[in-house]
Design a protein. Structure first.
Length: 130
């Protein structure tokens, strides 16, 4: 299937459209095998790159409901920002509305993360006392 082709770090970085430092970090973490040749050259075997990419794509399968989740978060952020504007009883500029929507989205994401973490602890049997 593969010959014994190896690519240097810059070639792989360009192919994957990442910085060479990103690959060096993966190599340092032991996630991507590589061989150092001389003082500055790092080679990555094509077979190792293929296995890494295959394993990475398996670990990062997209959530089939992600578009719906993103739409719901955007809607909730918009609603929350609007309620903040109404509570403030003034007309906010477009820039202020955008800032409030971003703030609301962060608030919603933090709340969702907290709820998910709580549910995960409940299902795993971990109970944290307050």
């Amino acid at each position: 299937m593969f010959d014994h082709t190896a690519h240097d770090l810059k070639q792989v970085a360009a192919k994957l459209e990442v910085l060479p430092q990103t690959l060096l970090d993966l190599i340092a973490e032991g996630l991507l095998p590589a061989v150092k040749v001389g003082k500055r050259n790092v080679l990555i075997a094509e077979a190792d790159l293929y296995i890494f990419l295959k394993r990475s794509s398996l670990m990062t399968k997209p959530n089939p409901h992600q578009r719906l989740i993103d739409s719901i978060k955007a809607y909730l952020a918009n609603q929350l920002a609007q309620s903040w504007i109404e509570d403030d009883r003034r007309k906010a500029s477009r820039q202020e509305q955008a800032v409030l929507k971003e703030k609301a989205l962060k608030h919603i994401e933090q709340t969702l993360a907290s709820v998910i973490a709580s549910r995960t602890r409940e299902h795993s049997g971990i109970r944290l006392s307050a």
